[in-house]
Design a binder for this molecule. Structure first.
Ligand code: CP
Ligand code: NVA
Length: 301
């Protein structure tokens, strides 16, 4: 594994190795066992969109590994004034040991990897959110001990989270159902992968998707960059809410996961969110451990 651009690129074994290392790093941090595996290394973090979790978990994670994180706002970089990504990649490769980038187009992330010579980590694009879903898989395994026989259900927009969850869930051996309205379906490349893989169902009926689910996921109806579509999206996603009815259809003891930020009473009710807050905030914490594992794999080994 040279980069983390999207989960489609990873094998099941590579995903499991990251999760195993993430568990180990979490254990070490809990027991104050130092793990300065990236001493002397620098990570550039390019942000073209807002972030709370991704920025803070990467920055503090790099610090805990003994390395040096650099926050690079696109507003301040020449890339924001039109310097080509090919040139940015070749320049930054001469200073840094890795780059984490959050941006709009997946192509920009793929181009950084193509033209640069250091590991590139996708910190969210319009297409996918692999770091988040590695943390999600880590959390599911933590609460359920295994993936075999589990059913993951996603309700809402067929966005970056849906794309990564479908791929990640199927790769580790869960069955996956998704409920998305017409016009807001997951990406074709993801649906093609899911069809070939098997174990996937897509519907426009949230209650149907939730039947017997062991873990229910949702995400915001309006992602970053789509703010102008908010009204149309609110109309399209009416009925795509994780609420008591959905939880009643799921398995007893089903988990709820949300990448956050959450919009209460839109994609999830306050009641369901708060009833599952322990799982949701463990998921947020696991961003730190999962991303440290990714950085050690890519920059330390
Ligand atoms: N879940 C997630 O990526 O959060 P941020 O947008 O705060 O980084
Ligand atoms: N789908 C959301 C995820 C945020 C972490 C977005 O792209 O804004």
């Amino acid at each position: 594994m040279k980069h983390l651009l999207k989960l489609l690129d990873l094998s099941k074994d590579e995903i499991i190795e990251i999760l195993d290392l993430a568990d180990q790093l979490k254990y070490e941090r809990k027991h104050s066992i130092p793990h300065r595996k990236l001493e002397g290394k620098s990570l550039g973090m390019i942000f073209q969109k807002a972030s709370t979790r991704t920025r803070v978990s990467f920055e503090t994670g790099m610090y805990q590994l003994g390395g040096h994180p650099l926050f690079l706002s696109a507003n301040d970089l020449q890339i924001g004034r039109g310097e080509p990504v090919q040139d940015t990649a070749r320049v930054l490769s001469r200073y840094l040991d890795g780059i984490m980038i959050r941006t709009f187009e997946q192509k920009e992330v793929e181009d950084l990897a193509k033209y640069g010579s250091i590991p590139i980590i996708n910190g969210l694009t319009d297409f996918c959110h692999p770091c988040q879903v590695l943390a999600d898989l880590m959390t599911i395994r933590e609460f359920k001990q295994q993936f075999d026989g589990l059913k993951m259900c996603y309700i809402g927009d067929g966005n970056n989270m849906a794309n990564s969850l479908i791929v990640g869930g199927l790769k580790v051996g869960m069955t996956v159902s998704a409920a998305c309205p017409e016009g807001y379906r997951p990406d074709k490349a993801v649906l093609d992968f899911a069809e070939k893989n098997g174990g996937f169902t897509l519907t426009d009926k949230p209650l149907e998707a939730a039947v017997d689910a062991d873990v229910i996921f949702t995400d915001v109806w309006t992602s970053m960059g789509q703010e102008a579509e908010r009204a149309a999206r609110e109309a399209a996603f009416k009925g795509y809410q994780v609420n008591d009815e959905i939880m009643a259809a799921a398995h007893e003891g089903a988990m709820v996961q949300h990448c956050l930020p959450a919009h209460r009473e839109e994609e999830i009710t306050e009641k369901v969110f708060e009833a599952h807050a322990a799982e949701i905030f463990e998921e947020a914490e696991n961003r730190l451990h999962a991303q440290k594992a990714v950085m050690v794999k890519l920059m330390g080994e």
